[in-house]
Design a protein around this ligand. Structure first.
Ligand code: DGT
Ligand code: CA
Ligand code: CA
Ligand code: ZN
Length: 578
């Protein structure tokens, strides 16, 4: 409700006035009014209409006028003037937990801070504890607060974002008055990391939903809350932006807040050439101001003569031209996925047993699951010796004898050794149904050598797919050097698939490389690289990433029936033996 927005504006006024050393009575008047408004029951806008504002304790003539001003214009001229009179860094400083107006004043006067980074540098150099009214403890607290603020600014991995997104929409769905909900922003587009989480809801009375949200367990700290939107930091330190819109604008808001910004810019340009205007409320005719779309997202695109396009494509990377030409791909979908490859159990470095993982694959509704443990040279991962691998083969035979519609494939994730040889002899590989060849060592070799290793592995008739082909770990390890064109060509020529590893710390191949691979005619495979049964859920991420790469089910090994898959694997083996 409006009183929360105005309370926030008044609190901000009080802080800035105090920073400037204004009359303490005036400062206190704003601060008290902010507190009163924060706790005010009922609807402030209705009170304003009934001229009842002056009956609120602590609201005199001047503040009542300011409330009216905000209700009419959506801002306070006095606050804007004040902001212009203080150094630009001040509002940012006041945002840091533990820094009030007095502290901000000392910091900007004595240290001449220009940015928050300046503050961090000064704190690390222990310059703060020498300031009047500061001690070591205060300096330490500021450093901690800065770390926290920065943590909130860091990007989260896709799985963290996905799980939180599910929780948020589930929670929102049960809030009274909410008729629709959706994830928006980079999570809906399935970017590899997510800055903040954007969620959207439709309700006739948005303020009530916001009110619930700001007092929900998600709101560890409220950054801002108004009548239609709120930004909070969850107790885990993740920023969530919630917007609540009227049902007739849901489609427009969803389109707008899904982004990407680049896609939206292109779309708006196109609209304006057609005499239309798009914003988060709908599509409007410029001449008449008439609204022609807004309720459904597809209607927004339709109003521009375009088909709806999947969020994963909205990066201004050719999707608008493809849409106009009617050549958008029919993207792969979760329901097209028939199985997972590259799954570990506790026989190597996984957590769950053979039985648990086997059953979990069936519960996913899969037709098949390839269990792939590590090979012996990966000692830290408890790689399987040949006798242990044979035990595994027997266990799989026994399992399959009891299972009709769902099959386990006998696989292995076999190390591609430093010289390009595989970590099991071919005679052993020949006993397996499925081989993932992976590089787990020698990441710093020069490009030519890594490329040679990969090519040698692909020329092995038993290697079905190359696992995590670039070796990168998000935020930890860069991809190793390799000749991408040569690798793609060899994959195509030998009939070897490349993995789209769906583990959130890998996401390897990247979307752009997978798209390149598809264009080169290379087969791909989405694998979760699961080390526990929950991680089979990474498939959702993998499918999202594959959609960003414009992949269709015909591009993916795990959309094949078991029969076609077997034929595909055997074709490479036979080609090699002739
Ligand atoms: P993130 O949070 O960094 O992972 O990336 P996004 O894409 O979620 O970005 P965010 O949260 O800043 O904004 C969510 C969406 O809202 C964004 O994808 C498009 C839309 N949006 C935000 N700001 C603007 C803007 O200035 N112009 C346009 N056209 N769209 C915007
Ligand atoms: Ca976002
Ligand atoms: Ca956002
Ligand atoms: Zn691996």
């Amino acid at each position: 409700m409006k009183q929360h927005e105005i309370a926030e504006q008044f609190a901000h006024m009080a802080d800035l006035l105090e920073y400037r050393g204004d009359n303490p009575f005036r400062v206190r008047a704003y601060r008290r009014a902010a507190q009163t408004l924060e706790q005010l029951p009922g609807d402030l806008a209705a009170m304003a209409v009934e001229q009842k504002l002056r009956s609120i304790p602590g609201i005199g003539e001047d503040l009542a006028q300011k409330i009216q001003e905000y209700l009419v214009t959506g801002s306070l001229a006095a606050l804007e003037r004040l902001k212009a009179q203080v150094p630009p860094v001040v509002p940012e400083l006041l945002n840091i937990p533990g820094i009030g107006p007095k502290t901000a004043k000392v910091l900007t006067d004595k240290l001449r801070l220009k940015t928050v980074e300046d503050l961090a540098a000064a704190a690390r150099a222990h310059k703060l504890q020498k300031l009047p009214g500061f001690q070591a403890k205060k300096e330490e607290n500021i450093l901690k607060a800065l770390a926290l603020v920065q943590q909130g600014q860091e990007r989260m991995d896709l799985w963290t974002a996905w799980c939180l997104g599910q929780e948020l929409t589930t929670w929102l769905d049960q809030v009274p008055g909410v008729t629709r909900t959706s994830i928006a922003g980079s999570l809906r587009r399935m970017r590899e990391t997510v800055g903040d989480l954007d969620v959207l809801a439709a309700a006739k009375q948005p303020a009530r939903v916001i009110e619930r949200f700001r007092t929900s367990p998600f709101a560890g700290r409220v950054l801002a809350a108004g009548g239609t939107k709120a930004s909070v930091i969850t107790p885990q330190g993740v920023q969530v932006d919630l917007r609540v819109v009227a049902p007739e604008s849901f489609g427009a808001a969803l389109q707008y807040f899904t982004g990407s910004k680049e896609h939206n810019v292109r779309l708006r340009e196109q609209a304006s050439r057609q005499g239309l205007k798009i914003n988060e409320y709908g599509v409007f005719q410029v001449k008449t101001g008439k609204r022609i779309a807004g309720r459904e997202e597809a209607d927004i695109y339709k109003a521009l003569g375009l088909p709806w396009m999947a969020p994963e494509l909205r990066e201004d990377s050719g999707e608008l031209d493809a849409a106009a030409a009617g050549t958008l791909p029919k993207l792969v979908d979760m329901k097209d996925i028939r199985g997972d490859f590259h799954v570990h159990t506790n026989a190597s470095d996984g957590r769950d047993t053979f039985e648990v993982m086997a059953r979990a694959g069936k519960e996913q509704g899969y037709d098949y699951l390839a269990l792939c443990e590590h090979s012996p040279s990966l000692r830290i991962a408890n790689g399987l010796s040949v006798p242990r691998l044979r035990e595994r083969l027997n266990a799989i035979k026994a399992f399959n004898a009891r299972s009709k519609s769902y099959r386990l494939l006998a696989g292995a994730e076999v190390d591609i050794l430093a010289d390009g040889k595989m970590d099991y002899p071919d005679s052993v590989l020949a006993e397996l149904d499925f081989v993932v060849g992976s590089i787990h060592s020698g990441f710093t070799q020069p490009e030519a050598q890594i490329t040679k290793r990969l090519i040698a592995a692909m020329r092995n008739p038993y290697v079905t797919i190359i696992g995590h082909p670039t070796g990168r770990l998000l935020g930890q390890r860069p991809p190793y050097a390799m000749d991408v064109a040569a690798v793609l060509k060899e994959a195509k020529d030998t009939g070897t698939a490349l993995e789209m590893n769906a583990a959130p710390q890998r996401l390897d191949l990247t979307d752009t490389m997978a798209r390149q691979a598809r264009q080169a005619g290379v087969m791909l495979a989405i694998c979760t690289d699961s080390h526990s049964k929950e991680q089979l859920g990474y498939m959702t991420l993998g499918v999202g990433r594959a959609r960003r790469a414009w992949l269709q089910s015909s591009d993916l090994l795990n959309c094949m029936t078991l029969k076609r898959l077997t034929t595909w694997i055997n074709r490479k083996r036979q080609r090699a033996s002739t």
